[in-house]
Structure formats: structure tokens, C-alpha cells
Design a protein around this ligand. Structure first.
Ligand code: CP3
Length: 372
């Protein structure tokens, strides 16, 4: 068997001789090998747009749900089966890692997540503890094990973590933000405190991802959901080295998808930070993004989630446009440029998956030679 990323040969023995997701479509695409069709999965594929999820949520609050592995695995397994996608992502949340680091976490109805008390100064930075032990996140590892056990061998299981910047933005702002002024102020005025905070979050994210791989995740995705608020210089100086630290450690045992959104100008540096595949959003055309990133990396994306609010007909047309831009080149993983929106009609998601599954790229025929 040919191995395509360093250290991958260790995984089968660590997992008792089986590596279920080893030869899936997603794995092939991550290695940029030709696949019979383009693999597809969707960020937030299991969520509020699904009536069965909303029904469950009437009984169980979101944090309790995340801490009940049996429910997490069932939600994801049933969703994957219903949609016909090529991968499951562990049902969990990006912010759970912050609890064992000493932060309080709350999901308020209609407000989104609240993290507190916020870290604003260098003195506050020490309130964020080191993620020493993972036993407080054991429920995530159990969700990984149960999901992997219930998933057909030909489908991949994706583990995930927030990238250091996105986690830092949450602990500094205390929740979602539009401008990230507090985070930028700390970054620009106290680089020492900033790098200390980012170092700690990078160590935590790497440890957390390695544990998920150990528990059975085949692939991992690093979400840098809020990094698009930065310019290129600041990304290079204050973020890139920390994301690279995480990816370098994890890439030894599993392929990594490195996702960012909001600012396509960052893509060459995102590539530099690492990732077998780079996740891109709709703010740049897929073919332009791939050219910028380089064809020696796989690419994931990049349909605008708003397209799924329209009709099956528009969804099909716009999905084909993305697929045409990938031009049959190996290494395209179809996804949205960000998560499925809660108002999305399920039939549009089904139309999208069907379109991608049925699509076969045919190069446009070149015009016949002109006779002179
Ligand atoms: O299908 C899946 O992708 C499920 C697993 C998953 C969730 N969150 C479940 C969730 C994943 C991979 C995440 C990652 C996550 N969480 C990110 C990165 C992806 C992104 O969207 O950029 C971020 C930024 C978070 C933080 C977070 N969690 C926010 C901002 C919110 C509230 C806003 C929103 O979109 O709901 C959550 C809550 C959350 N995470 C829900 C789900 C299903 C909704 C909770 C509910 O039922 O009310």
C-alpha cells in the first residue's frame, strides 16, 4: 500500500489493525488521487434545518446533547444515511474544549454561544489553563468511537477542533463578534500575551485532535471560522505560526483539512500554515482559489450556503458550476463555503447531494480543426 502522508503507517497498529476510512472517496481526494465521482459532505449537515434535530432539541438542551455520546452518534449516523454524503463529522461543538481549560460556556437560545469571563489583558491570559488531561472531554472520544463503529467502512469520520485564532477570538470577545475589536487590541498592543495565549490554544487543539484520531477519526478539520477579519500581514505574524504548529503535529497521524472563511487574500498563507486540503468559501471562484493555493493541495468547497435557500433547480445549476470549475482535477471535495443555514429546506440539500453524486466531468470538446 502506498502511503501519502508521513506517519500514516502508524495508524493501523494503533487501532488494532483496522483503519475503516483508509480507502474512502474522501481519503482518495485528500491524496489527490482520481475518484469515480467527487466526494461530498456538508459543514453543519446535522443541525437545525432538520426537523428530526429540532424535535430532539425540544427535549434536550444543546450542551447536554453534546455530552451524550449515544445521541451525538445517532444524530450524525442518521443524517449521513438520509443525505447520502461521503463523510460524517463528529457531532460536537468547537467551544467544548474551553471548559476543561477553565472557561464557562453557555448556549443561550437565539444568542449563540457565550464564553466567560472574557480574557482581555495579559493578567487574564493565565486564567486560561493548559489542557492537561482529556478526561473531561471523554464524552467526545466516546462519540467518536460510537460514530465510527456505526459508520459503513467506505465512509470517513472527520474529527475537528477550532484553530487557535478562532478559539482566541471566542475567549477574548466572550462570544461571537462582528468586528473582533477586543481580540485585535490584545494582539496589537500586547504581542507577548497574545502569543502566550495562542501557544496554549495550539497545544490544546493539537492534543484534542490527536485524541480524536486515536479514538477513530480518519480525517481532521481545523476550523478557523473567524480569521477572515484579519489582513494578510497580521495573519502571517500573529496566526500562521500557531495554526502550523497544530497541523504539523496532527498531520503525522491523519490527513488535515484546513478551513478558513471570510478573506480569500489569506489563502496563500493558509496553504503555508498547512493542510492536505484547504477549505475555501464562495467569496472567490473555486478555480481562482485553487490556482492561488497551488494544485499540489486538495481543495474543499465552495458553494454559498445561501444557494440552498432557493430551489432544487437553482441548487443543481449552481452546484454544477462549482464542479465545472474543479474541471475533473483530482483533489476536489465538494462542500459549502460555510455551514448549512437553519432555514434551509431539506429537499434542497438532497438535490445538492444527488447532483454531486451524479455529476461526471466531461472536458468541453475542442472545436474541430478548421480546414484551410
Ligand atoms: O453537522 C455538524 O457540523 C455538527 C457538528 C458541529 C456543530 N458545531 C454543532 C452545532 C460542528 C462541526 C460545529 C463547529 C462550530 N461551532 C464552529 C465552526 C464551524 C462554523 O460554523 O464556522 C463554530 C464557529 C461553532 C460555535 C457555535 N456553535 C456557534 C457560533 C453556534 C451558534 C450559532 C449557530 O449556527 O447555531 C453553535 C451552536 C451549534 N453547534 C449548533 C449545532 C448543531 C446549534 C445548536 C442548537 O441546536 O441550538
Amino acid at each position: 500500500m502506498t502511503l501519502f502522508w508521513p506517519g500514516a503507517e502508524r495508524a493501523p497498529t494503533e487501532r488494532g489493525g483496522v483503519q475503516p476510512g483508509m480507502s474512502t472517496l474522501l481519503q482518495h481526494a485528500l491524496r489527490r488521487q482520481p475518484t469515480p465521482r467527487t466526494p461530498i459532505w456538508l459543514m453543519r449537515q446535522a443541525g437545525r434545518y432538520l426537523p428530526e434535530y429540532r424535535k430532539l432539541r425540544r427535549r434536550v438542551d444543546f450542551l447536554t446533547l453534546c455530552k451524550t455520546p449515544q445521541l451525538c452518534s445517532q444524530i450524525m449516523l442518521r443524517t449521513v444515511e438520509r443525505l447520502g454524503v461521503d463523510a460524517a463529522i463528529v457531532f460536537s461543538d468547537l467551544l467544548l474544549i474551553l471548559e476543561p481549560m477553565g472557561m464557562q460556556l453557555r448556549f443561550a437560545e437565539g444568542e449563540g454561544p457565550i464564553v466567560g469571563p472574557p480574557i482581555r489583558t495579559s493578567a487574564d491570559v493565565d486564567r486560561l489553563g493548559e489542557l492537561e488531561r482529556l478526561d473531561q472531554l471523554e464524552f467526545v472520544m466516546e462519540a467518536v468511537r460510537l460514530t465510527r463503529a456505526g459508520l459503513p467502512a467506505e465512509l470517513s469520520l472527520i474529527g475537528f477542533a477550532g484553530a487557535p485564532f478562532t478559539l482566541a477570538a471566542y475567549v477574548i470577545e466572550g462570544g461571537a463578534s462582528r468586528q473582533y475589536h477586543h481580540a485585535k487590541r490584545l494582539m496589537l498592543t500586547d504581542p507577548g500575551a497574545w502569543h502566550a495565549l495562542m501557544d496554549r490554544l495550539a497545544r490544546a487543539a493539537a492534543r484534542y485532535l490527536l485524541a480524536q484520531v486515536n479514538a477513530g477519526a480518519d480525517v481532521v478539520q481545523l476550523f478557523d471560522s473567524w480569521v477572515g477579519c484579519l489582513g494578510v500581514e497580521d495573519y502571517g505574524r500573529y496566526v500562521l505560526p500557531h495554526s502550523r504548529t497544530v497541523i504539523e503535529q496532527v498531520a503525522r497521524v491523519a490527513p488535515v483539512i484546513h478551513f478558513t472563511t471570510g478573506n480569500p487574500a489569506l489563502l496563500p498563507l493558509v496553504r503555508e500554515a498547512g493542510g492536505d486540503a484547504i477549505g475555501v468559501d464562495w467569496r472567490i471562484a473555486l478555480h481562482d482559489a485553487w490556482r492561488m493555493i497551488g494544485y499540489d493541495r486538495a481543495i474543499q468547497g465552495n458553494l454559498d450556503p445561501a444557494v440552498l435557500l432557493t430551489s432544487p433547480q437553482v441548487v443543481r445549476q449552481r452546484a454544477v458550476e462549482v464542479l465545472q470549475q474543479a474541471a475533473g482535477r483530482p483533489g476536489h471535495i465538494f462542500n459549502l463555503g460555510h455551514g448549512v443555514l437553519p432555514q434551509t429546506p431539506v429537499e434542497n440539500v438532497l438535490a445538492l447531494v444527488e447532483t454531486v453524486r451524479e455529476f461526471r466531468f466531461r472536458p468541453r470538446e475542442s472545436p474541430p480543426p478548421r480546414s484551410s
